[in-house]
Design a protein around this ligand. Structure first.
Ligand code: DX5
Ligand code: ZN
Length: 230
């Protein structure tokens, strides 16, 4: 995900649904992924706890694919820059957890990471439209953050559409990532609305053959992106 292609279809499996005791082996099962999505939760911003920076650093050291960190943590201004320093391809903080999102996005970029900002399903995109040029990626959550395996919230589709319209209208290159409930059934709806980077946890790691699942998701997403562009 070097440049996070802004129109190309990317599939980023989430290791939240992987076997946490065998992470290195689990990473090898998704070698055809565009990036690996790493969910960091602090039990404050969301009611769940996963892994912190030391474990993320080890994943970064052994992963055959670039890392896409999704920080579901309070006080993002303080903690997110450390993840950029770890050499991750992209670091996404939540708008609701950042006091100075523009300053933080600039800091992430200055430290060599792509800057991502996430919105919970109930957070509108409009207050952030003027700062989209500070970002490489906008993550529109399609479930309430905190847990894998939840159902896709169709109520977020109009927000994806409005974000895509604003991005295309201003000519800035920002990818739109969606995260939560992405399956072979729902990916087309998200792609048609304007998303191009798709996180999938249970749909990839719950499959017998994760690489085949990635290929199927990529094909479904790409087809929709192609036909929407026509
Ligand atoms: C939820 C996480 C997601 C989660 C997605 O808070 O941010 O990345 O792993 O899992 P699925 O694809 O199962 O909804
Ligand atoms: Zn996530």
């Amino acid at each position: 995900m070097k440049g996070i292609p802004v129109t190309q279809c990317c599939i980023n499996p989430s290791i939240l649904s992987a076997d946490f005791v065998n992470l290195e082996a689990e990473l090898k099962r998704i070698s055809n992924a565009d990036a690996v999505h790493v969910d960091v939760m602090d039990n404050h911003f969301v009611p769940n706890l996963t892994i912190g920076l030391p474990v993320v650093q080890r994943i970064q050291a052994v992963s055959p694919v670039p890392l896409d960190a999704h920080l579901m943590i309070a006080d993002a201004d303080r903690w997110a820059p450390g993840f950029a320093d770890a050499g991750l391809a992209s670091v996404t903080f939540h708008a609701e957890a950042a006091i100075a999102p523009i300053k933080l996005a600039r800091e992430l970029r200055a430290r060599g990471a792509k800057a991502g900002m996430a919105l919970r399903p109930g957070t509108p995109v409009e207050p952030y439209l003027d700062m989209l040029s500070e970002l490489d990626m906008l993550l529109i959550m399609t479930v309430e953050p905190g847990f894998g395996g939840q159902a896709f919230l169709d109520v977020t589709l109009p927000k994806i559409r409005r974000a895509r319209k604003a991005i295309d209208g201003s000519g800035i290159g920002v990818a739109i990532q969606v995260d939560g409930g992405i399956t072979e059934d729902t990916i087309a709806r998200a792609a048609e609305a304007g998303a191009n980077v798709f996180v999938a946890g249970s749909a990839v790691y719950g499959a017998d053959d994760p690489e085949a699942a990635i290929d199927r998701l990529r094909q479904a997403g790409s087809e929709t992106l192609r036909s929407s562009a026509e």
